[in-house]
Design a protein around this ligand. Structure first.
Ligand code: TYM
Length: 332
């Protein structure tokens, strides 16, 4: 079966962007004809400072988020990255394959490092090589992600191709990004030109997967919009980023196309559309946050799931790393 790998960082809480851009697709792919492997990438999280106690909690909460969203640990392998050392081991090999020039072009590094790139960690610079290792240590063929990860997945293909070329093998597959659905780039509720992000200082800019019904309703009510009514076709959303974002969110939550949504709500004012969107968001998200809170009462159960998941992951990763070492010329 084609194999899916994807990861989410346990740095801060899950947002609606993570859910619609990634998690919801993870669940759908689990139910399709794929072998699915999902990872809490704690090694990636520490490329920027993480308080240890908060990292522990965020890892467990993220695991609860996966399960509450519909990931079934019997169907998917669910684990945290640090417990499968093959990720870091293959990551080192890829540090020696990837070129400085490739890494310097990564927009996520530029955004995260900000003006003072000299002070960024070396891990942040090498982040995409470890990400390539996450994927390729399983020979994964499909990687569901949001739009913002596209460049990293192109780099993953470049690393696989260069490794295969340099060693004269056909060993690592060229992975397909899966960037699909109405909400591959969910924008901030306060600014339609910015991505919805867990690191935005304004909590009103995002919906957190742990927000209660009243908070979700208040954030949607206060979301920035323009004064026009909704158009009846997708074309009418061009140049209206805030309007487009809310319609995309509705479409993704309702599993409808943008055109189908607009054929229902076209002509309505935002004062009418927002309460409908808010009801839909609460109906879809409240059960997830309730289940997350319930699971967080059972940290031992969560730890056991992660522990079993890493054992299963290692069974796949270890022989692929061993073969890689042989190709590279390590005696062992
Ligand atoms: P992270 O933790 O930033 O985000 C996890 C997933 O959520 C998606 N996402 C969004 N999608 C739509 N709209 C948004 N506003 C939004 N914000 C986040 C991301 O695209 C991502 O799919 N580098 C990855 C983690 C990673 C990984 C991997 C992913 C590490 N190794 C291997 C795939 C395969 C990241 O930072 O995700």
């Amino acid at each position: 079966a084609p194999r899916v790998f994807s990861g989410i960082q346990p740095s801060g809480g899950l947002t609606l962007g993570n859910y619609l851009g990634a998690l919801k697709r993870f669940v759908e792919m689990q139910e399709e004809a794929y072998e699915t492997i999902y990872c809490m990438v704690d090694l990636h999280a520490i490329t920027v400072w993480q308080d240890p106690e908060k990292l522990r909690r965020a890892t467990r909460e993220l695991c609860a988020g996966f399960i509450a969203s519909g990931i079934d640990p019997r169907k998917s392998i669910l684990f945290n990255q640090s417990q499968v050392p093959e990720h870091a081991q293959l990551g080192w090999i890829f540090n020696c394959v990837a070129r400085m020039g490739w890494m310097k072009r990564m927009t996520q590094f530029k955004d995260k490092a900000g003006k003072n790139a000299e002070n960024a960690s070396l891990g942040l610079f090498g982040y995409p090589a470890l990400m390539a290792a996450d994927i390729l240590v399983y020979h994964a063929t499909h990687v569901p992600v949001g739009e913002d990860q596209k460049q990293h997945l192109e780099l993953t293909r470049d690393i696989a191709a260069k490794f295969n070329h340099d060693y004269g093998v056909d060993f690592f597959p060229l992975t397909e990004p899966v960037i699909e659905g109405a909400a591959t780039r969910v924008m901030s509720l306060r600014d339609g030109s910015k991505k919805m992000s867990k690191s935005d200082p304004s909590d009103m800019s995002r919906i957190n997967m742990t927000d209660d019904a009243d908070t979700i309703a208040a954030k949607i009510r206060k979301a920035r919009t323009d004064p026009e009514a909704l158009p009846s076709e997708a074309k009418g959303l061009e140049e209206r980023p805030e309007a487009r974002n809310l319609v995309n969110i509705y479409a993704a939550l309702a599993d409808m196309s943008v055109d189908a949504v607009l054929s229902e709500v076209g002509g309505k004012q935002f004062s009418e559309f927002k309460p409908v969107l808010s009801d839909l968001a609460v109906a879809k998200l409240a059960p997830i946050s309730t289940e997350m809170a319930r699971l967080m009462e059972e940290p031992d159960e969560i730890d056991a799931i992660l522990h079993q998941g890493s054992a299963r992951a290692r069974e796949i990763a270890a022989p692929i790393l061993k073969k890689t070492y042989e190709i590279v010329g390590m005696v062992g």
